[in-house]
Write a protein that binds this ligand. Structure first.
Ligand SMILES: [Zn+2]
Ligand SMILES: [Zn+2]
Length: 257
């Protein structure tokens, strides 16, 4: 089951949702959740572009057309305390099968921009990012926390020197809260295809989640093209085992209507 893929309803993706579903069928998955971006950051090109009605109609059509696979109508909702009221209104007023929460900014500045790290410095950016993740978890509006330490992607991509110890220290409390709140933690495999060369989160944070009693993991490829559906799932499963999990910790049974 792949809980995190995009389609044409995301501004950064040109693949039809049907192609994603066909890829999931070909790969023998039990299910796939189409989680297009719902953006609120005025600095993000996707801000205000998500078309809920069209996305819902298309996913409903696919559910009827492909009864052999479980298809979820999901959303990847961009969270920040700066626009949390808009997020709350959106999440309450719409009906998705699965809502994935994600932080993509620090102090409202997208993580991919160098200016998110200038001024106060790298450690302050890491602290600020995980403070936002912690606030999102406290707010408790989402089923799944996506790519919890994705700031690694941008620290690597922008060529910064950063401390893994700092990242783990700052991330730990947020990850523990995901576990104690009973929310799902996503093992996002996009990092395996990129500079970070490991999942989001890495093995150490998976172990933090496990030690805090977390038993709800889902896999998400974050695919933006059909060939990446379920990519890296075997490596992710190995990371889950390295983090100390035994048996079936990885859920493929989030309720899909
Ligand atoms: Zn994301
Ligand atoms: Zn995504």
């Amino acid at each position: 089951m792949d809980f995190h893929v995009h389609s044409r309803f995301s501004v950064d993706c040109e693949t039809d949702a049907e192609e994603m579903v066909l890829s999931a069928v070909e790969k023998g998955l039990k299910g796939i959740v189409i989680t297009d971006h719902v953006d609120f950051n005025p600095l993000d090109p996707g801000c205000g572009k998500y078309d809920y009605d069209s996305a819902k109609a298309e996913i409903e059509r696919l559910k009827a057309a492909f009864p052999q696979i479980s298809i979820g109508f999901g959303a990847e909702v961009d969270y920040s305390r700066l626009w949390r009221d808009e997020v709350a209104e959106t999440v309450v007023g719409r009906t998705w099968d699965v809502v994935v929460g994600a932080v993509h900014s620090v102090n409202g500045i997208p993580l991919e921009l160098r200016k998110a790290y200038e001024g106060a410095g790298i450690e302050a950016a890491i602290t600020g990012y995980f403070r936002e993740v912690g606030a999102m978890v406290e707010d408790d509006m989402f089923d799944i926390v996506a790519h919890v330490d994705i700031i690694k992607r941008y620290l690597e991509r922008l060529g910064f020197r950063w401390s893994r110890e700092c990242l783990l220290n700052e991330a730990g409390p947020a990850v523990e809260r995901i576990a104690s709140g009973g929310r799902y933690l996503e093992v996002n495999t996009s990092g395996l295809r990129q500079e970070a060369a490991e999942c989001f989160p890495g093995v150490e944070l998976l172990a933090v989640y496990r030690n805090a009693g977390g038993q709800k993991l889902v896999m998400g490829s974050d695919a933006h093209r059909s060939s990446d559906v379920a990519a890296g799932f075997a490596e992710a499963a190995a990371a889950v085992v390295r983090a100390g999990y035994r048996g079936r910790a990885v859920a493929d049974s989030l309720i899909l209507s």
